[in-house]
Design a protein around this ligand. Structure first.
Ligand code: ATP
Length: 286
């Protein structure tokens, strides 16, 4: 095999709770991850010269060792003793620094692609064990779907997919650093925690209204307090018929859940008209 194509899907969190800050600085989370139909494309090709070469259509992204794709590729190839070369071409669509795990998903897709390209025969668990060294969301991104994620993100339990719905994902033009958000989260002061167990039950029951009633993300206490645009987008989504709306991950992307495609499209238009977000998608979960 000379080349492999992989899709790297974005995720949203329909529930995100932080239980405590561990002495080592990591946060223990309890969250529900959901793949959405927004994806980057990766093309992996063998090269005659050794090394890892990355090119991308996105000018904002580093293409050297700072890119998570290169770090993941280097880690896996070293672990497996692969000394051949690979060129990776990334077509970027997932908004960057958005709370949609774009970098983690690219890294996961690179690991899956290299596993196939060099016939490594690595089981999924091995890719996940390596991936978590680079990012807590990478083990999830290797498999995707609907998952309960616990620990620092490495304990994964598959859940039933939510019932069909239309989604609007809107990323305002602000830069939110994940480190800033977690750094300013005071877990011991949180008064409300999302009902993640209830969300698991709603998924098992296939109840879209049960899911929408339980949307919750403790990181909103930091990001939405700092950036009012988050609540403004949620308000527009709800006034356009969203069953509910929530910020994903550490933000700033906000998503709304709609039963009606036309309402979802109208919400996207209203967000654009009011210039609340520069990147807006009408999408679905996958
Ligand atoms: P998360 O939801 O896991 O917090 P995110 O969506 O907030 O992720 P990313 O898009 O993964 O954030 O990017 C965060 C930072 O990582 C960016 O500043 C970017 O420069 C860097 N980065 C490195 N490699 C990549 C990549 N392949 N795609 C996107 N960002 C990358």
């Amino acid at each position: 095999m000379q080349s492999v194509q992989e899709r790297a899907y974005a995720k949203i969190n329909i529930g995100l709770d932080v239980l405590r800050r561990r002495p080592d600085g990591y946060h223990e989370v309890k969250m529900i991850m959901q793949t959405v139909d927004i994806y980057d494309d990766l093309l992996l090709e063998k090269t005659s010269a050794p090394g890892i070469y990355l090119q991308t259509d996105n000018e904002e992204l580093p293409t050297g060792q700072d890119n998570l794709i290169c770090r993941a590729a280097a880690l896996l190839m070293k672990e497996k003793g692969i000394s051949e070369g690979v060129k990776i071409t990334l077509t970027k669509r997932i908004p960057i620094a958005a709370g949609m795990a774009g970098g983690s998903s690219d890294a996961a897709a690179a690991m899956r692609g290299l596993n196939a390209l060099f016939d490594m025969g690595c089981p999924v668990e091995e890719l996940q064990r390596l991936g978590v060294k680079l990012g807590a969301d990478i083990p999830y991104c290797i498999v995707g779907g609907t998952m309960l994620s616990e620990g620092i993100g490495e304990m994964l339990t598959p859940l039933p997919a939510p019932p069909d719905a239309h989604l609007v994902a809107a990323k305002p033009d602000i830069n939110v650093s994940t480190a800033f958000v977690y750094g300013n989260l005071h877990v011991e002061r949180l008064k409300d925690h999302p009902d993640i167990d209830g969300m698991v039950q709603a998924l098992s029951a296939g109840s879209l209204s049960g899911i929408c009633d339980r949307l919750g993300n403790v990181l909103e206490t930091v990001t939405a307090a700092e950036y009012p645009v988050i609540e403004e987008i949620k308000d527009v989504m709800r006034s356009q018929g969203a069953q509910n709306a929530l910020m994903s991950g550490s933000g700033p992307t906000v998503f709304g859940i709609f039963t009606d495609r036309k309402q979802a499209e109208a919400a996207a238009e209203a967000i654009e008209k009011h210039k609340l977000a520069g990147q807006i998608f009408v999408t679905k979960w996958v």
